[in-house]
Design a protein around this ligand. Structure first.
Ligand SMILES: [Zn+2]
Length: 456
């Protein structure tokens, strides 16, 4: 039994003071507010639940900052960025994937994500030389070593577009048919643990045959695991879907599948009014990745209409341009402010502070996207939490009604001091326990990859 005592903690009912959290086998056994600390308790400042990163592609960590120069033709958009991403992924071996994922997961933990859903389609390595589970294993091992909670989402990827029979040359690195994906999924079950689980993914409607989607949905239903899909991120994708199927991507999913609690739709940027209201009424969650969507020029998700219709959201770091949940939430609100020329727009009567409301929305949606009922600080839940230094300059002068306002809207250095996953401290004094070792191996991986890319 481990026992923590927080001066302030964010519980499901709201902020509480002098909270004692007792932990056994990685889960909260007892949580009590307005209680004195015992001598042996670890005394902490502000404790909040750890955030879920509901959409990540680990290998894209290496692309960050490298696609920010205008191209000679002046046509810089998502599709040009995708070419750069294809070039990178052709060169990544499983041991490199491990080093990249370790570095990224360490950064996620240090910034406040305690859990990640890794949407994995970089299956096959250079020249499609990897045929087994090595890439998935590399990511699962990295999660185990870094200590982040992982929902691994291997993804079906079969074709280059709605009218294609298979992938193009550059997409062979991603190829997995539905039956191959399901055998990979079955094979990976032997590596699951208390903090590593496996779900199922569909890259996008354009990259999977309808029969394959049916097979994956059925498998996910039988095992009751999450299903993730990229959807309606780009206007071109919406047009192509309309031409190929006679309907738009989100509507196609609504018409052909029961969008129940297992579904996580990533982006869903381009929807018409009826898609917004039908999707909000379904039990699915939408994962928004505001910094990536801004970086790639995707467009603006209709957040206010969707939330007014009771839609659920999670957040994700996606292309890793931002690995910080507080910054991601700030972007979510700021984009709406810029668009609608108002302030404090993502609002709720029950949670009057914008930072609190954004955090709770993403926390609940993130639990849903990873197949859990809750990530709150509550009895029976995993002991995944963040400790904020209440004496840090960023937090000085704040009280419970603005702690999350300070965390979400003050874009200074992070006042997080400690991060716990499954009852174990992964970050202490702001540093991950393996930060130095992880950085060394990341550094040599970056050099190896740069040599390869410059020789290509
Ligand atoms: Zn993505």
């Amino acid at each position: 039994m481990q026992s923590l005592h927080a001066r302030h903690a964010l519980l499901p009912s709201g902020w509480a003071e002098n909270v004692r959290l007792q932990i056994t086998n990685g889960c909260f056994e007892k949580i009590e507010a307005d209680t004195d600390a015992a001598e042996t308790d670890e005394k902490l400042g502000i404790v909040i639940p750890g955030m879920v990163n509901a959409h990540s592609h680990a290998f894209q960590r290496l692309l960050v900052g490298h696609a920010e120069k205008p191209s000679p033709d002046g046509e810089d958009n998502f599709w040009g960025w995708r070419e750069r991403m294809y070039q990178l992924v052709q060169n990544i071996e499983p041991d490199m994937m491990y080093a990249i994922a370790c570095q990224l997961f360490t950064e996620m933990l240090q910034s406040g994500y305690t859990s990640v859903a890794e949407f994995h389609y970089a299956h096959n390595g250079p020249n499609a030389s990897v045929h087994g589970n090595e890439m998935s294993r590399a990511i699962m091992l990295a999660a185990g070593d870094s200590g982040i909670r992982l929902t691994h989402i291997p993804v079906v990827y079969e074709r280059a577009g709605f009218d294609a029979d298979g992938p193009n040359e550059r997409q062979k690195v991603f190829y997995r048919s539905a039956s191959e994906l399901l055998s990979l999924y079955d094979d990976l079950q032997q590596f699951t643990s208390s903090h590593v689980s496996v779900g199922l993914g569909i890259h996008s409607l354009r990259a999977a045959f309808p029969d394959s989607i049916d097979a994956i949905v059925e498998h996910a239903r039988a095992d009751d695991v999450p299903i993730h899909i990229h959807i309606a991120e780009q206007e071109r994708e919406v047009t192509e879907c309309l031409e190929a199927t006679g309907t738009t991507p989100v509507q196609w999913l609504l018409d052909n599948h029961d969008l129940n609690h297992r579904w996580c739709l990533v982006h869903a940027t381009h929807m018409n009014d009826s898609e917004i209201s039908e999707l909000a009424k379904s039990a699915a969650v939408v994962c928004l990745c505001p910094s990536t969507e801004a970086n790639l020029g995707d467009g603006i998700f209709p957040l206010l209409d969707y939330i007014r219709a009771d839609g659920r959201i999670a957040i994700g770091s996606d292309s890793q341009v931002t690995v910080n949940p507080f910054e991601e939430l700030r972007w979510l609100e700021y984009v709406q402010r810029l668009q609608h020329k108002g302030r404090n727009l993502v609002r709720s009567l029950e949670r009057p502070a914008t930072g609190d409301y954004l955090y709770q929305l993403a926390l609940e949606g993130g639990a849903h996207a990873t197949g859990r009922s809750s990530n709150q600080l509550a009895r029976g839940n995993f002991a995944d939490l963040l400790v904020v230094d209440d004496r840090d300059p960023v937090m000085l002068g704040h009280t419970a009604d603005s702690y999350l306002g300070a965390l979400v809207f003050a874009g200074f250095r992070s006042p997080l001091t400690r991060v716990m996953v499954n009852g174990q401290w992964q970050v202490v004094d702001g540093q991950h326990r393996l930060a130095e070792r992880t950085l060394q191996s990341f550094d040599s991986t970056v050099q190896r990859l740069n040599n390869r890319l410059s020789a290509a």
